[in-house]
Design a binder for this molecule. Structure first.
Ligand code: G1P
Length: 293
C-alpha cells in the first residue's frame, strides 16, 4: 500500500465565518502570512504526497489563482530585486501537482469525496479537510499514512475531545492495537450524548481505499440531509480493516471564528520578529488589568 494522492474537500459555503467569507473563500483567509489552504497543502507535500485534488465550488476560483504563476507580479519583484518575496510566490505555484474538480451542489462531505473518483482511480488516498489545520512536529497526515501502510488498513485521525464536544464530530468505537493505533469497529456522525461510542472524535484526516467510492454511491443522505463520509466509512470498516491514529499535534477548526483566532495566535507565536514576546507581555498586562477589576 503506497499513498501518493490526496484529496482536499474545500467546497463548503463558509457560513460560520460571515461576513468575511462573503467573497473570500474561508480556505483563503490568512493565518499570519499564508492562507489556510497552503498549510494543508504543505502538510500533504511534507508527507510525500505528489498529486493533490482540491474539491472546490463556483465561488472559490481565488484558490486556483493562488496556486498559479503571477507573471506581472513576478516581473515587478524581479525588477525591484525582492527575491525572497519572489521565491514565496513561485513556491506556492510549484509545491505540488494540484488538480481541481467542482462539487456542483453542496450535498455533503461524502458527496464531495466521491467527486475524486476519477482522480484517485484504484489507489489508496489521503483526505485532508480544507479547514482543519494542524500544528505538529511530524505532519499529521504523514503519521496516518505511515500507520495505514504498516497495518495495511484505511485510517482516520483522532483525538479525545470533551464529552460536550463529541456531538460536533464523528464518534469512534475503537479497541487498542499498539501505541497510538486502535482498531475501528464503528462510528457515527454528530451523535447525541446517549448515542456516542466514545469521546474519540475523527479530526479531519483520513487514509481511504478506493472501495469507498462504490460505498458512497449507495450511501443515502444522513445527518443534516447530507451524504456523510462517516456513513460511508462505517460501511467500509465493516468490510475491510480500518485503524484510528491518536495523532501527535494540535488541530484547529479554522472554519469557525474561535478556532480561527486560536490558530492565528498559535501560528503568530511561531512567526518570530518579537511577536511571541509582545503577545506574552500583552496577555500578562491584560491579566493584571482583569485581576485589578
Ligand atoms: C466533518 C465530519 C466529521 C468530523 C469533522 C472534524 O464535520 O463530517 O465527521 O468529525 O469534520 O474533522 P464538519 O466539521 O464538516 O461539520
Amino acid at each position: 500500500m503506497k499513498v501518493r494522492k490526496a484529496v482536499i474537500p474545500a467546497a463548503g459555503l463558509g457560513t460560520r465565518m460571515l461576513p468575511a467569507t462573503k467573497t473570500v473563500p474561508k480556505e483563503m483567509l490568512p493565518l499570519v502570512d499564508k492562507p489556510v489552504i497552503q498549510y494543508i497543502i504543505e502538510e500533504a507535500v511534507a508527507s510525500g504526497i505528489e498529486d493533490i485534488l482540491i474539491v472546490t465550488n463556483r465561488a472559490k476560483s481565488a484558490m486556483d489563482d493562488y496556486f498559479d504563476y503571477t507573471p506581472e507580479l513576478e516581473d515587478r519583484l524581479i525588477r525591484s530585486e525582492k527575491f525572497a518575496e519572489l521565491e514565496s510566490v513561485r513556491r506556492t505555484a510549484d509545491m505540488a501537482n494540484i488538480f481541481y474538480v467542482r462539487q456542483k451542489e453542496t450535498l455533503g462531505l461524502g458527496h464531495a469525496v466521491n467527486r475524486a473518483r476519477r482522480f484517485v482511480g484504484d489507489e489508496p488516498f489521503a483526505v485532508l479537510l480544507g479547514d482543519d489545520v494542524m500544528m505538529s512536529q511530524k505532519p499529521v497526515i504523514g503519521q496516518l499514512i505511515e500507520a495505514a501502510e504498516k497495518h495495511g488498513a484505511s485510517a482516520v485521525g483522532t483525538q479525545l475531545v470533551s464529552p460536550d464536544a463529541i456531538s460536533r464530530y464523528s464518534s469512534l468505537k475503537v479497541t487498542p492495537i499498539e501505541g497510538r493505533v486502535m482498531r475501528v469497529h464503528d462510528m457515527n456522525e454528530k451523535p447525541r450524548p446517549a448515542e456516542k461510542f466514545s469521546d474519540y472524535a475523527i479530526l479531519g484526516r483520513y487514509v481511504l481505499t478506493s472501495e469507498i467510492f462504490g460505498i458512497l454511491d449507495n450511501t443515502p443522505p444522513g445527518h443534516g440531509g447530507e451524504v456523510q463520509l462517516t456513513d460511508g466509512m462505517r460501511k467500509l470498516c465493516a468490510v475491510s480493516p480500518m485503524i484510528a491514529v491518536d495523532f501527535e499535534g494540535r488541530r484547529y477548526d479554522t472554519g469557525n471564528l474561535k478556532g480561527f483566532l486560536e490558530a492565528t495566535i498559535d501560528f503568530a507565536l511561531e512567526y518570530g520578529d518579537g511577536v511571541g514576546e509582545w503577545l506574552t507581555d500583552f496577555i500578562a498586562e491584560k491579566a493584571r488589568l482583569l485581576a485589578g477589576k
